[in-house]
Design a protein around this ligand. Structure first.
Ligand SMILES: [Zn+2]
Length: 282
């Protein structure tokens, strides 16, 4: 059907890849009928078949602002980058990564899964003590488009609680939805809880990369300046997911981009520099 062709044609190859990678992350993912029905009815409520396609796109596309403002990047073209790491703390790769970041004197931003923080509070604490920024990546890493408002709130609150227990005040109200999946009410709920949603512009695809060089090449291909880079120090499926390629890739990327004069910022630093470079006229 022509609609089907248009369906893919509306998306850039990059987003099509995002979708296909997300599917790869769920080789056995088969949502129950009631969830599929709910998702479909939500998409259709968003405006018919074409609307359903568009709605699906804006649910997952990291740059989209249609469902509410998210922090996505610094000023385009600036020689600054922000490394972000999701799905930790992860034993032992998070600590390996801390060594690499310390070697290059770079601070990064970590979006942690609450249940892993509860398992390894000492690793979460080591990240914060090293001066990195720690944000919220929910407690169990669900796809929030399949959750109702109270479940979304519970996921964020439970993660905040374990971060509080492990780090005291040494974490910041930044929130990254798992897989970047969000709907208007997910973002609205996070904002009502005082959290700023953070997305990204560069995807490392480190969960499926065959080598550290693949990850570094993929990241390098997408960098335009002012980027937020998505990488993973852990994996949502279980503790101990091998992230040695990511650790090595970060070492390579830091060597290359520092030599090219790029500054590496945390997300709050990038937010501040953007606020300074774009003063309001009011
Ligand atoms: Zn994640």
């Amino acid at each position: 059907m022509a609609e089907t062709v248009v369906l893919g044609g509306n998306l850039s190859p990059k987003y099509m890849r995002d979708f296909s990678e997300i599917k790869c992350e769920f080789p056995n993912f088969a949502p129950p009928d009631r969830i599929l029905a709910r998702m479909l009815s939500w998409f259709i409520a968003a405006g018919g078949v074409a609307g359903a396609v568009t709605a699906g796109y804006h649910t997952m596309a990291p740059h989209s602002q249609l469902y509410g403002r998210t922090f996505t990047r610094g000023a385009r073209g600036d020689r600054e980058l922000a490394l972000t790491f999701d799905d930790g703390p992860n034993d032992p790769y998070t600590l390996d990564l801390l060594e690499v970041l310390a070697k290059h004197a770079v601070k990064a931003t970590f979006f942690m899964i609450g249940r892993y923080v509860r398992q390894h509070p000492e690793i979460a604490s080591a990240v914060a003590r090293a001066g990195h920024v720690v944000g919220n990546h929910t407690f169990t890493h669900p796809n929030l488009i399949f959750r109702n408002r109270s479940q979304v709130r519970a996921e964020i609150t439970s993660c905040e609680q374990v971060l509080e227990d492990a780090l005291g005040n040494a974490h910041v109200p930044l929130f990254r939805p798992p897989w970047g999946a969000r709907t208007p009410f997910v973002l609205q709920t996070a904002r009502m809880m005082g959290m700023t949603p953070v997305m990204w512009t560069v995807t490392g695809y480190d969960w499926s990369a065959g080598s550290a060089a693949d990850i570094a090449r993929e990241v390098g291909r997408q960098i335009l300046g002012g980027d937020v880079i998505l990488l993973h120090d852990g994996g949502h499926k279980h503790m101990g997911v091998d992230r040695s390629f990511t650790v090595q890739a970060v070492d390579n990327l830091l060597r290359r981009y520092k030599a090219e004069g790029y500054q590496f910022r945390t997300i709050p630093e990038m937010m501040r520099s953007q606020a300074v470079s774009r003063p309001t006229t009011v």
